[in-house]
Design a protein around this ligand. Structure first.
Ligand SMILES: C[S@@+](CC[C@H](N)C(=O)[O-])C[C@H]1O[C@@H](n2cnc3c(N)ncnc32)[C@H](O)[C@@H]1O
Length: 312
């Protein structure tokens, strides 16, 4: 069930993602300071603008026993969500576009817009895919525009077509939350009989049906019957496929960075891509906070080395 905008709690790992975004934007502004581009920030799945950090389960249980409601509320930390991070970082962008399809969250974003009345902020309540594709067409028409797009869905809601529309402008750097473990790999069920609407979601997310053959193989059993079954390390195959597509579309990527939850279970991967190689060392640096997949630095053990920092 979709969370209500009133209860926007996030796990402590959200700090990593937002820290990476902030560091990237800071460096981006420094690089762009001497250039005459109009700078745009796009937050496709903007959220409410501020979120509460959830305490871990154990701490929460203890708090429940010993604290009254007010103390409990005070024990939770609020953090700025990605729209606020973008508004406060560096010299700022010339224009901001915040998309969210939840009217409650959009109301909260409107408040944030009021708090930043000196900035040009567009808060748009609509499906991010149609909104961003439309915006990409506009960006494409303007020679002196550059943009950063933060694409941070909960599930497989970011369509490949949207990513591709940004790549085609050759003016946009993207930071993508690819929710492989927390959403995508769960839709790719053990049995190949996936629900029809999930297949549709995955087709849109990957921009083709190729994910299916990457995820399932046909094997004969001891009685000579052929059965389709989920392959080993499907998650890594799908990540590799998506990352390769990003590289093909944009030209430059860095090794994905894995974000885990407090129990060290994988959640999602942060991916960066751009058609400009200049952002690459910065992206490489900020991605170091997570477990790098196939990079020269810290490596996830037992992972096939599928990835490397890459450019065309
Ligand atoms: C992970 S949250 C975003 C968190 C935010 N980026 C932050 O760091 O503070 C994802 C948001 O996407 C919104 N959302 C989900 N599907 C969407 C869609 N198709 N179009 C626009 N927004 C969508 C949800 O309402 C939710 O607020």
């Amino acid at each position: 069930m979709k969370k209500s905008h009133a209860e926007n709690d996030v796990g402590p790992w959200a700090k990593q993602k937002l820290g990476a975004l902030e560091s990237y934007l800071e460096a981006y502004h420094k690089v762009m300071a001497k250039q005459k581009f109009e700078l745009i920030y796009i937050d496709a799945f903007a959220g409410p603008g501020r979120s509460r950090i959830r305490a871990s389960g154990q701490v929460d249980a203890e708090l429940d026993l010993f604290l009254d409601a007010e103390q409990k509320a005070a024990s939770r930390e609020f953090i700025a969500g990605s729209p606020v991070v973008a508004l406060r970082t560096g010299r700022g962008f010339d224009r901001y576009y915040f998309f969210d399809n939840d009217p409650g969250r959009v109301k909260l974003l409107e408040k944030i817009k009021e708090e930043h009345s000196n900035k040009v902020v567009h808060v748009i309540c609509m499906d991010a895919n149609s909104g961003v594709q439309k915006l990409a067409r506009k960006i494409d028409e303007h020679h002196l525009v550059r943009a950063v797009a933060f694409l941070d869905p909960y599930g497989p809601n970011l369509h490949w077509k949207t990513v591709q529309s940004l790549a085609e402008t050759r003016k946009v750097d993207v930071i993508i939350n690819f929710p492989l473990a927390m959403a995508i790999n769960r839709l790719v069920t053990k049995s190949p009989n996936i629900r029809e609407n999930w297949v549709e979601l995955l087709d849109k997310c990957f921009g083709s049906h190729d994910w299916h053959d990457l995820a399932y193989e046909v094997k004969g059993d001891m009685f000579g019957h052929e059965r389709s079954q989920k392959r080993e390390r499907t998650d890594m195959r799908l990540l590799h496929y998506y990352h390769r597509r990003l590289e093909g579309a944009f030209g430059h990527t860095v090794a994905p960075s894995l974000v885990k939850n407090t129990k060290r279970a994988p959640l999602y991967y942060l991916l960066w891509a751009s058609s400009n190689p200049r952002g690459k060392p910065i992206a490489d640096h900020i991605m170091k906070f997570g477990v790098r997949i196939g990079s020269k630095g810290r490596k996830e053990r037992r992972q096939p080395s599928l990835f490397s920092s890459s450019s065309r």
